[in-house]
Design a protein around this ligand. Sequence first.
Ligand code: ZN
Length: 306
Amino acid sequence: MKHPLLIIACITIFSFGCNSTSSDSPGNETPLVVATTSIVADIAKNICSDFAEVKSLMGPGVDPHLYKASHGDIELLTNADVVIYNGLHLEGKMSEILEKLKSSKTVIAVSDGVDHTSIRTINEEADVHDPHIWFDVSIWSEGVKHVSESVQTKYPEYKDQIEKNTNTYLRAIDSVNQECTKLVASLAVEKRILITSHDAFEYFGRSYNFKVRGLQGISTLSESGLKDVTDMVNFIIDNKIKAVFVENSVPQKALRSVINGCKAKGHEVTVGGELFSDALGADRTPEGTYLGMLYFNVETVINGLN
Ligand SMILES: [Zn+2]
């Protein structure tokens, strides 16, 4: 079957490639837009790469929960005209520097554009919320609109262009979501239990009607203990689950001990595949884009559990 995202991926790759290094106003340099994660950078690449240079601090496979800005990153952030980040403490170790930058330049949190009643609260008192909002496309689309409006305010001369790009991007997101929903319908509801290394997929579960369990919490900062592993082993056996899923930005060791624990108790569970959770795949692959990553994850989960 022809991959429905190939065409979109090709268009995206081509549009990324036509980044101009010249500027409309003589003497002015091309605006520099710096995003924290590759998922956030995908927004900027889609809405403003035809007039700005877009850079991402974190590449494929990088865990944003643990990421500390390097000297090079700080230089890049300092030189940036616009900085875009996810927010909700996803970039936990960069909060201070992001806060500081707000006094001197346009700094946009995707999550600031999202209706907060739709965000999962983990601990209200401690202000802990689930930051993995890109896995609910309706929430993420709100965030995309917010980024777009903020960039339009910063560059009114490119308003029409940004608006047009944003609409194209949002339509593509909607279309991939429809493909994903169709794919999910092929998996019986009782088989929809998704087990991963860390709890990045709760929004995914909410969108596509999956029960979700992560071995670690919503941040990879807290490591899983022996009790977490034992509980997960029992859960897998009780629910006769046949596959669990590793993640591209999280070490596999803890989940491997769950698999071994199941085996020791006579239950065979396999790795259903590697999901892209907090970082996109390599550049110039379908999973190197937000749209490709969404479809890949759904396809992998469905194939692994069917
Ligand atoms: Zn995460």
